[in-house]
Design a protein around this ligand. Sequence first.
Ligand code: AMP
Ligand code: MN
Ligand code: MN
Ligand code: MN
Length: 280
Amino acid sequence: MVEIYDLHCHSTASDGALSPTEVIKRAHEQGVTSLALTDHDTIAGITEARTAAAASGIKLIPGIELSANWHDKCFHIVGLGIDPDYAPLAQATQTLQTVRLERAEKIAEKLEKKRIPGALEAVKRAAGDSMITRTHFADFLLSQHHVSTQQEAFDRYLARGKPAYVSTQWAELGQAINWITESGGVAVLAHPLRYKLTANWMKRLLTAFKEAGGQGIEVVTSRINADEIRLVADYATRFELTGSIGSDFHNPENQWVELGRLAPLPVHIKPVWELLEVRG
Ligand code: AMP
Ligand code: MN
Ligand code: MN
Ligand code: MN
């Protein structure tokens, strides 16, 4: 049987449009054999995903996508094969929910100053018990016709440097990596080219990431071309990191890429799933 890995995606536990059960079902329909659910700063979707995975025969890798600070910038660290019952990680997600709520209050205040009221109530309602993300704000701005696409909401209001941007104190990079590795997981640097780092800063980041115990890098992600895959694969080789593949799927309506529809990992790159299999 052909193994198809997709090791990065989102559900309604954070900013995905589908429930964990629906994500598993869709992944199965797309031929994915191993899926990691990696919601932003939460493990709340994993129990449901486990049940759905057992029913469909898909292998579920419990995951998370942690927001982390390094040199005052936010980076995303995917944790694969984490133990959702590991108390320090579970506690961290509780704290992060509060951090995200307080950030949401500040984003809403900034939108109000731009004469856009009602955002906080709307995103709280939309997120329910789940993590509030900027995607929820983008959807609110879209629904109120302040923008015509999600992308425009980020470009005009929510992205770094825009009027409703709030700089947030996430965990430090080393702390985020520790929560993952101490819970038995593998820390993977998510979508490395999305941070727009110079080659020099990328080297510094990967050095720090590796020193802190990071073991993988997403070589194949959505919206990345063959040259970019080669570039990231070179970083993987130079820094002795394993390679991961993840769609970062959020929404079937507004998708960057379908679940499981990704280029293969270059053959000379050691796959991150070899580490996961060793750990059982
Ligand atoms: P947050 O973690 O709350 O800051 O939200 C980050 C999420 O917003 C990312 O995971 C993406 O899903 C989404 N996002 C960030 N930048 C953009 C963008 N330019 N266009 C669309 N979605 C974005
Ligand atoms: Mn997201
Ligand atoms: Mn991300
Ligand atoms: Mn993601």
